[in-house]
Design a protein around this ligand. Sequence first.
Ligand code: AMP
Ligand code: GLY
Length: 423
Amino acid sequence: MKVLVIGSGGREHAMAWKLSHSQKINAIFIAPGNGGTHLNPKFNNIDLTDINLLSDFAIKEKIDLTIVGPELPLSKGIVDLFRSKNLNIFGPTQKAAQLESSKDFAKDFMYRHNIPTAKYRTFKMPDEAHHYVNEHGAPIVIKADGFASGKGVVVALTVDEAHDAIDFMLVDNKFGDAGAKIVIEEFLEGEEASFMVICDGKTILPLATSQDHKRLLDHDMGPNTGGMGAYSPAPIVTKEIYSKVMDEIIYPTINGMGKDGIPFTGFLYAGLMITKKGDVKTLEFNCRMGDPETQPILMRLKSDLFEILYTAALGQIDSLEIEWDTRTALAVVLASAGYPESPKLNDEIHIEDRIIPDSYIFHAGTIYKDNKLLTSGGRVLAVTALGNSLKEAQIQAYEAISTVKFNGAQYRQDIGYRALNNN
Ligand code: AMP
Ligand code: GLY
């Protein structure tokens, strides 16, 4: 079988790595891939991102299954396009992907289906938005409706910050159409966790639990990023919390999408806020796997990823069970200097040959040019390791990091600290 993985991050490198363990696969293409996938002879990087050209490629190469990593091609309708050409693809349709591509769609959907989430209002007019903030006070959260390169959410600790964010989006139009509509919502307190499932339109297959660290600096300080590290499982998701998430969020979401005539296929990612009292609320939905959560989750997957996703794309996962390694996996992201504001590119990366057992270096912002491996993005590598405990996984991951060098590399020293403190 031939598979095509769409994307270029650590998530897609991890997917391709796991797919390569399947006995059923004889070719793995990644579009566009990265320096790490280029250097691995098991993978073929394809320099394409346009969804029409990707569908032409899938037809020409007779691809048996396409797996979509990031949100952008999903929001452009890649699944609808591939299906219209009878190509087998795993992911949500453009309409279903609105759970991620429009905050207003997601909030309206959650309210209509009684899915727990922060109270909110949607605004297009700045005056009304300012008035709402004056009435409700701070802290308060301002969100651009559409994609804004990861900068569309402002957790305003003061009323002034909230007013500035409203003007930035609705008056100065800094995010263009993506910020022409905003959601203002109640500030929630608690601990975040990531909860992902696979759905084939009918049946739900939960993935292992995970948690990521969104802030740039140790002790969860500094600006928000795409994620500086992650681990699986997440001890905060106890059996009780797990049941609540399935009963109050996951089943109502998949059933609600079905009732609304938009059946959901693909990965559904619920960003959770777990309160001190043990209640769960939905912060956001993503229609894809998380990055870097995918790296530790797939390191723990014992089942054949190809078989799972191929069966899911055919709508037949009711016959499947997933087997997990009981150990913990932990990923630490190495980012380039200047990330997340203005990542410095083109620094040469040196990786020693020394092998650290049970670890793997997944590439993200890397490129292979003129016989050199160079940085090409903000998040450069996710160094991931397995251990008998979270502590062991952490020690092993940091040991593996000592084999990597590039100018200005920055990474957190404390990935996993919350889970260690909770144990
Ligand atoms: P989102 O993309 O909606 O998940 O927001 C990005 C990040 O902003 C989340 O991971 C949280 O850390 C934070 N955030 C979003 N919404 C809220 C909220 N209502 N209360 C507190 N923090 C939030
Ligand atoms: N790590 C968070 C995300 O993938 O959205």
